[in-house]
Every structure is written in structure tokens, then in C-alpha cells.
Design a protein around this ligand. Sequence first.
Ligand SMILES: Cc1ncc(COP(=O)(O)O)c(C=O)c1O
Ligand SMILES: [Zn+2]
Length: 392
Amino acid sequence: MITLTKPTSQAVALTCARCGTPYKLESLNTFATCCNQPLVVQYSYEHPLLKEDLPGREATMWRYREMLPVLNPKNTVSLGEGMTPILPFNRLANVHGFSNLLVKDEGLNPTGSFKARGLSMAVSKAKELGVDQCIVPTAGNAGGALAAYCAKAGIRCTVVMPAHTPKIFMQECELYGAELVLVEGLINDCARKVEELKKEKCYYDISTLKEPYRLEGKKTMGYEIAEQLDWQLPDCILYPAGGGTGLIGIWKAFQEMQQLGWISGRLPRMIAVQSLNCNPIIRALHNPTGWKEGFVPRPTLANGLAVPYPFGMDMMQKVIDESGGYAIAISEEEIVEGVREVAAAEGMLMAPEGAATWKALLHLRQLGIVHDSETILLMNTGSGYKYLENLG
Ligand SMILES: Cc1ncc(COP(=O)(O)O)c(C=O)c1O
Ligand SMILES: [Zn+2]
């Protein structure tokens, strides 16, 4: 008789990103209080998932279930996120002389951005751990995604967002039944408001990297990049970094896949793209101890990049360093130009954050950081449709 076993999570522990202190996987955790750093999910490789098992599985990020932290599949809260296409940008590549220019289009996820991955995972774990009320500070996309997944899970949701965010981000939260709180300022001001609200009510805080599971959702981009490119990774990946979950997550996926024996050889150089209006990663790379002095972060029309003091800064720096990567910032004018160029040449309306990677690429080539002959992957993290108000 053949016994069919359901795939089960191989998650075994949560550890502090800095010192490795273990935290209980079965408990509702936030971050590693020992070092004020994020918590990271660790997996067992004793009965590893085989890449040969993947064909035929569902076309969502949940196809990697063994390497994800949801223990009981019944707790999965999914709207069909993940397995977004990787498309060639042939026309731009021809005009500008790149041999292999690719884009992963995360704008096709539920709620129009890659935030769907992290919030699907975080809400699934929140459900598994019995949470009934969540809160998040957001630059826009994470709020809409949390609201949608909470609606699907039957969990109450509060979203705290800058008042200058395009209206559609507010409307979607309300339509998904979330409570919306507007704050003058940037996401760090929203985070302060969240701390205030948490004193009044018992919310589970889903802030970037202050709970362990959004990272696990975002890492599936790394698994997909490898699988969709037939296990031949690109030479470099350009990622628009705000809080940095995607940058850190993709790198985590590559390391897990090395342990699984799915990939070998050199890993891609991870390049963080920011806005000149808010570029903490670049400041910190140049001046690790004094970067906050004289820093006046400003809003950017790439709303998701306006994260002045990311909690995951040390982890992002480590990824850039370990991968031999780089960080670069782009002006507001170039970001708008980028959206227009890509839309007109490739038929893709990128989020301004994604378009920043295209303009960054042209600078990186001039600087000799990236070369024409390389395989280059741009991450379009969201749909431009939600930003039309910004694009004028
Ligand atoms: C479209 C888009 N791109 C990039 C980012 C930055 O993402 P991360 O926090 O993973 O760096 C955000 C965050 O809000 C976003 O909405
Ligand atoms: Zn620690």
C-alpha cells in the first residue's frame, strides 16, 4: 500500500540574526531582544525537499512549503501569491546594448505588489498562533496587503500610513475592512504611532522584520528566481530597498538552496537601489557609525523607499558585503523618467520603486559595477497602477 504523506514544514527553530540565541518556534515572537535584531527561521536538512519534487506543484509561493514556517497547511491564508513571471526586456536591452536583461514582475501579485508574499506568510502564522488583531506601519503597499490577508483570515487589522500616500492605498485598506490611521511624516513616524496604539490595545505588530515571518514569504522570490531560470542564477540582482526584507530574503533563499544542494557556484551580486531623497543604506555603507548625523530624510514618489531607519540595516549591509554587491541612489526625476521609458518600450507599468532599478542600471554600467554581457535581473516590486497620482 502506498501512503501519501502531506508535505510538512521543516522549520525547527528561530534564532537571533546576530548572536544565534534560539527562541521558541511554537510561541508568538516579535524580534530578538538579546541584540535588538530580527529573528530568523532555521530549517532541518535531514529529509530535504528535492527540486525534482517541484514540477506539478501549485503555481504559488506555497510550492516550497517544506522550506516555509507554517506547520499546519490548514492555516495557510493565500490569495494566489507568487510564481510571478520573469520577462526579458528585449527592446530596452537592444537599444542600450545589454545581452541578457530580465525583470521579475511582482506587480502581478494580489494587491499589486511583492508585499503580498510577506503578508500572506505573516498572517498565516498569526492565524496559526491564535492572533486576532494586527497592526502595521506602512509606506503603502504592505498596508493594503495586510488588510487583504487579514480580511481573508478573519483577523482585525489596523494600518498606519503617511498622510501623503496616494489615495488608492488608503481606499484599498478601507475596502478590505481595515481601520486606517493617517500620520503626518514618514514610516518611522507611523511606527511611533503604532507604539502608542499598542499601549492602548493588544495588537500583534507586523512591522518589517519585527516579526519573523514576512521574511519567509519574501524569500520565496529567491526560490522562484532559481527555479524559473532553470537553476542558473543571474550575475546580479537589482532590488529597490526600503526596509530590506526582499533583499535579505532572496539572499536567505540562495543560502538555503545551497544547503539543499539545489544550486552551486557563485551567487548573484545583490545591489540595493534607493532614492536620493532617502538613502540610509548608502549613508551607512560610507559612514557606519555616523550616518544618522545630519540625515534629513524626505518623502519620495517611490513611497516604499522612504524608510529612513530600517530595523534590518545590519542584515542588509551583510548581504551587500557577502555578495560583493553595491548600493546606489536615484533622483526623483530619473524615477519618473524610468517609469515612462519602461512603459513605452516594454509595455510594463512599473512601480516607481521598480523603475528606479532600471535607471540605476544605466549608472551602474557607467561606473563599471555591472557589465553589458552579464545576466541582469531587475526586481519590479509592484504595479505602477497604484501610483498614477504620483506620476502626474
Ligand atoms: C513597491 C515597493 N518596492 C519596494 C519596497 C521596499 O521593500 P523592502 O521593505 O522589502 O525593502 C516597498 C515597500 O513598501 C514597495 O512597496
Ligand atoms: Zn542576540
